[in-house]
Design a protein around this ligand. Structure first.
Ligand code: NAD
Length: 290
C-alpha cells in the first residue's frame, strides 16, 4: 500500500504556481488576488478559510478575507458580491459554504461572476465542465484529478465507483473522470443514498478506483473493496474527541489498497491547491496570459 500524499502534491503544485507568479511580477504585473467571503461563525469554515488564505501566501497571491455577521441579509450579501465582481483587482471570489439558513445558497452562487468563480460552482462553469469545455472545475473534484495525475495512477479505461452525488464532489468527479479529459476516460458508476446496498457492494467490489464522499466515518470497509484498489477518501468528519477522520475504515481498508489517501493530508489539501490553480487561471485570463 502506498499513500497518495495530498500535502506533498499540493506543495509541489503551489510551488510551481509561486514560480509563475514571481515571473509575472518581474514583468511588472500585480499579484493574483483571491477574495474569500465568510458569513457567521462556523468552526470548520474558519479552518478551511484560514488554510485558503495561508495557501495564498505560499503561492505569492494576495488573499483577502471579508467577514460578515450571520445576521447579514441576502440582499446585502448579493450587493457585496456585485461590488467584488466589478472590482478589477480581484481575480477569484469564494463564498464559503454553508451559509446561514435565511440566505439562499443558489442565489449567492448564481450571483458570482463566472469569470471569478474559482470554486467552479456557478451553473455556467458546471455546464462548461460537463460539456468538456474550458471552465473553472469544482475544486475538490479537480484536486482529486491532480492527485491521481501527480502519482501517475492510470484512470483511462478503469472502472471507477463514486459514492455520494453532491454537487460539489460526487457529481463533478463522476463527470470529470468519465469525460474525454487528460485525467478521464474512466467508466464511472455514480452511487448514492438510494443505491440498494447489494448493488453498491457489487459495484465497489469490482472497482479499480473507489471515491467516497458521504460524510459517514468508516463507511467504506475492507469487505467492500478488491485487492489492489485505489481509494480516495473525501470525507472530513470530526469525532467527539476532536479527531478528524474520513469516510474510510483506513486501518483495515489500506491492507487491500495499492494506493489510498490519508485523512487529514489527502483530498483536503488538494482542494485548496486546486483553488490556487483556478485563481491563477482567472488571473491569466484577466491579463491575456494564456
Ligand atoms: P453531502 O454531505 O452533501 O451528501 C452526502 C452524499 O452521500 C449524498 O449524495 C448521499 O446520497 C450520499 N450518501 C449518504 N449515505 C449514503 C449511503 N448509505 N450510500 C451511498 N451514498 C450515501 O456530500 P458532500 O458535501 O460531498 O460531503 C461529503 C463528505 O465530504 C463530508 O464529510 C464533507 O465534509 C467532505 N468534503 C470534503 C472536502 C475536501 O476538501 N476534502 C470537500 C467537500 C466535502
Amino acid at each position: 500500500m502506498k499513500l497518495l500524499d495530498g500535502k506533498k502534491c499540493a506543495e509541489s503544485l503551489v510551488a510551481d504556481i509561486a514560480r509563475k507568479v514571481a515571473g509575472y511580477e518581474e514583468s511588472g504585473l500585480r499579484k493574483p488576488h483571491m477574495t474569500v467571503i465568510l458569513v457567521g461563525e462556523h468552526a470548520p469554515s474558519e479552518s478551511y478559510v484560514k488554510s485558503k488564505i495561508r495557501s495564498c501566501e505560499s503561492a505569492g497571491f494576495e488573499g483577502t478575507l471579508l467577514r460578515f455577521p450571520d445576521t447579514i441579509k441576502e440582499a446585502e450579501l448579493l450587493e457585496k458580491i456585485r461590488e467584488i465582481n466589478a472590482d478589477q483587482t480581484t481575480d477569484g471570489l469564494i463564498v464559503q459554504l454553508p451559509l446561514p439558513r435565511h440566505i439562499n445558497q443558489q442565489h449567492i452562487i448564481n450571483a458570482i461572476d463566472p469569470e471569478k468563480d474559482i470554486d467552479g460552482f456557478h451553473p455556467t462553469n458546471f455546464g462548461r465542465m460537463t460539456l468538456g469545455q474550458k471552465a473553472f472545475r469544482p475544486a475538490t473534484a479537480y484536486g482529486i484529478c491532480k492527485l491521481l495525475q501527480f502519482y501517475e495512477i492510470p484512470v483511462w479505461g478503469k472502472h471507477c465507483v463514486v459514492i455520494g452525488r453532491s454537487n460539489i464532489v460526487g457529481k463533478p468527479i463522476s463527470i470529470m473522470l468519465s469525460n474525454d479529459f487528460d485525467i478521464g476516460n474512466a467508466t464511472v458508476t455514480l452511487t448514492h443514498i438510494e443505491t440498494p446496498r447489494e448493488l453498491l457492494l457489487d459495484e465497489t467490489r469490482r472497482a479499480d478506483i473507489v471515491i467516497v464522499a458521504v460524510g459517514i466515518p468508516g463507511f467504506v470497509t475492507e469487505d467492500m473493496v478488491k485487492e489492489g484498489v485505489v481509494v480516495i477518501d473525501v470525507g472530513i468528519n470530526r469525532l467527539e474527541d476532536g479527531k478528524i477522520v474520513g469516510d474510510v475504515d483506513f486501518e483495515n481498508v489500506k491492507k487491500k489498497c495499492s494506493w489510498i489517501t490519508p485523512v487529514p493530508g489527502g483530498v483536503g489539501r488538494m482542494t485548496v491547491a486546486a483553488l490556487m490553480i483556478n485563481t491563477l487561471m482567472a488571473y491569466q485570463n484577466n491579463f491575456d496570459l494564456v
